[in-house]
Design a protein. Structure first.
Length: 172
């Protein structure tokens, strides 16, 4: 019997299909992470509550390779996994990196900054040892004039914490 090796995979999906995909993955009991936030809008004089994806057109699936391959066929929607040109396979996101990423998305938007990967320079690998972000591992970068810890999902984007004092950091 073949052992299922489970990984996190990132995929791009069509605009406004995240909710349908989330429902499908929950129904099939496939591990996933598709963060939503609640927003309030005025429509026809009434205040309406809506759920909007935090990261538009991107989903994260935790499953084995063969199940990941079968999801687009079973779903009938466009699901394009992020491809790693070096390995010639789907980009695998390490468990610790994904846990840190999910942890940062739980904070308010004022505590975390979304950054595109293109302008970041690779810095020292650090771990936050005190404060709200304790346990997070990432790169130390200077952005907007402050030191921040960045959790980078290669090929997608990065999340940066708010300012973190030096005494709250240790080099890995």
């Amino acid at each position: 019997m073949e052992q299922r090796i489970v990984h996190w995979y990132a995929a791009r999906v069509k605009y406004r299909t995240e909710k349908k995909i989330k429902n499908f993955l929950e129904e099939k009991e496939i591990g996933h992470f598709i963060p939503f936030r609640t927003i309030f809008r005025e429509q026809k004089g009434k205040r309406v509550q809506k759920e909007k994806p935090v990261i538009s057109c991107v989903i994260f699936v935790k499953t084995d390779y063969m199940t990941a391959l079968s999801i687009p066929d079973k779903l009938g929607l466009s699901v394009s996994y992020i491809y790693n040109n070096d390995t010639k396979k789907f980009q695998v996101i390490p468990e610790k990196q994904m846990q840190d990423f999910m942890f940062l998305l739980d904070f308010t938007e004022s505590s975390v900054i979304k950054i595109s990967n293109t302008n970041l320079k690779r810095g020292d690998r650090v771990r936050v040892i005190k404060g709200d972000f304790a346990g997070i591992e990432g790169e130390l970068v200077r952005t907007r004039g402050h030191k921040r810890v960045v959790v980078r999902l290669e090929g997608l984007f990065s999340l940066a914490t708010t300012y973190i004092p030096n005494e709250y950091l240790e080099k890995i």
